[in-house]
Design a protein around this ligand. Structure first.
Ligand code: NAP
Ligand code: MG
Length: 491
């Protein structure tokens, strides 16, 4: 049974909103500066959260360190850690609608997608709950007078700094493997969407994570995020966000304690369509979904369409037709597929970029301006885009597709002509060509005859300036464990 928009609105109005961070097993209200949680659906602040300063970040890191050294989690047997993490997933499911509403209120994401985000975050966390006892080292061949092995050990205190576009999923990508491996975590959610992050951390405590193992510091990037990046007792920073801020974390590490820094950053992912694509209508539907889903505020949005010249005009027409089904609407209506953008700054940025494209000589094939919904942008297709244009090179993070027509032999070169390398899509019926392109494309994920599909067991990460390291899959443990070598002399 579907819940009506009126029901969702009534629930949203009655929803208790956190007004605290979460430190050492307790809500932390603080007495210092405040940070306003805002919504594209309302005027004024939704709630006020503490803007955690250096001292408060220090208290969170100290709590995380005490918890780690105390061993209640870091030394707990795998069966116990598994039990608590499964309980955490159960609580996520029990609070599905509450968390989804927080996401929709703070980001404008369609409630349909927000509910899906909670479901996929649950599956992701379940994967890591199941993986707790599957991370191990090796006994290596040695001469009989010696015994040598390697073991995976938790690193210690992990700071997770996350973006606003997936307020539950991005934190889960980090804390799933970090906690499963036995670390303590301090989460710093993006200021645009901190409420869901705080609730997530509280549910972890309710599930039985010992005090200090999972903390949330709310605040701004410049103060709270920077303090984590520079903190001498943080062992690992795991970050998702823009490339520019990712680079700052590399600097912070160099200026402080050389902590490891893992980055999931921006993208300008190509969707390549060749004339021999198995089904052009299907390809057009995926191309449209690949860029317009989530209003394009998605890291692996397929924001460049690279299409073989011979089919260019016909294919663009199909994409334009498909784009009509991605018009923004009321995000609290379950029938709505896309809501407004996250805030006015982002809205203006995206509208400005469309202007930049026009000024550079691109043609607006459809869309091109504000949608009927406040802070919504029409699904926009630009054609006549040259690979040198800013709209072909910079991440717009909105519903704007830049179309480049090219010869079949040049698609890989055009696709790879980018500082980014997060994802890429290829549509072709020629299996040899598909295999060749899958390897030639400089991207962390390549989708063949589809776009943006995956499993918990497949890694997700960027090449080039899209990142360092991967989330998801057992490979994620490489970020949150250290490999120890032990050598026994038995002679
Ligand atoms: P962002 O502006 O880079 O912010 C990301 C996080 O860094 C936020 O928590 C932010 O805090 C913090 N931050 C900002 N300035 C900082 C500073 N000077 N020092 C320390 N921390 C700082 O990114 P966003 O706008 O939230 O998210 C959009 C970006 O994320 C896009 O580029 C998108 O491609 C990328 N993304 C990548 C992936 C992936 O898996 N590769 C997934 C999702 C999103 P405040 O917000 O509180 O300032
Ligand atoms: Mg931000």
């Amino acid at each position: 049974m579907t819940t009506t928009a009126t029901d969702w609105r009534a629930r949203a109005a009655a929803l208790p909103l956190p007004a605290h961070a979460f430190l050492d097993g307790e809500p932390f209200v603080g007495t210092g500066e405040r940070l306003a949680a805002t919504s594209p659906l309302r005027t004024g602040a939704l709630a006020e959260l503490p803007l955690c300063d250096e001292r408060e970040v220090d208290a969170a890191v100290a709590a995380a360190r005490r918890a780690f050294d105390g061993g209640a989690w870091s030394q707990a047997g795998p069966r116990e850690r598994k039990r608590v993490m499964h309980a955490f997933v159960d609580l996520l499911a029990a609070h599905r609608e509450e968390l989804a509403l927080l996401i929709t209120l703070e980001t404008g994401k369609a409630i349909r997608d927000a509910l899906r985000e909670i479901d996929s975050a649950g599956r992701e966390l379940r994967f890591f709950a199941e993986a707790v006892d599957k991370v191990y080292g090796d006994v290596v061949p040695t001469p009989p007078e010696a015994f040598g092995y390697s073991a995976r050990e938790p690193v210690g205190v992990v700071a997770a700094v996350t973006p606003w576009n997936f307020p539950v999923m991005m934190p889960v990508y980090k804390l799933g493997p970090a906690l499963a491996a036995g670390n303590s975590v301090v989460l710093k959610p993006a200021e645009e969407s901190s409420l869901a992050g705080v609730r997530l951390v509280e549910l972890g405590a309710e599930a039985g994570l010992p005090d200090g193992v999972l903390n949330a510091v709310t605040g701004s990037g410049e103060v709270t995020g920077r303090a984590l990046g520079l903190h001498p007792d943080v062992d690992v920073v795991t970050f998702t966000g823009s490339t520019a801020v990712g680079k700052l974390f590399l600097r912070y590490a160099g200026e402080s304690n050389m902590k490891s820094v893992w980055l999931e950053c921006g993208g300008k992912s190509p969707q390549i369509v060749l004339a021999d694509a198995p089904d052009l209508e299907r390809a057009a539907a995926f191309v449209a979904e690949g860029i317009f889903h989530g209003a394009g505020e998605v890291c692996n949005a397929g924001s460049r369409l690279i299409v073989e010249e011979g089919i260019h005009d016909d294919f663009v027409e199909l994409v334009v037709r498909e784009s009509a089904s991605w018009a923004p609407g009321d995000p609290l209506d379950e029938a709505t597929v896309v809501g407004p953008l996250v805030d006015r700054t982002q809205f203006e940025r995206v509208v400005d970029y469309i202007g930049v494209g026009r000024a550079e000589g691109a043609v607006v094939a459809t869309g091109g301006g504000p949608a009927a919904v406040e802070l919504g942008v029409e699904p926009t297709v630009l054609t006549g885009v040259d690979p040198a244009m800013r709209v072909a090179r910079e991440e717009i993070f909105g519903p704007v597709l830049a179309t480049i027509g090219t010869a079949a032999d040049d698609v890989a070169a055009v696709a790879n002509d980018s500082i980014f390398g997060l994802a890429a899509g290829v549509w072709t019926s020629d299996v040899r060509r598909a295999h060749r392109l899958a390897r030639e494309l400089d991207a962390g994920s390549v989708y063949v005859n589809t776009y943006d599909r995956g499993e918990n067991s497949l890694p997700f990460g960027g090449y080039k300036q899209s990142g360092i390291g991967v989330d998801r899959s057992l490979h994620a443990f490489e970020k949150y464990t250290r490999l120890k070598t032990v050598w026994f002399d038995l002679s």
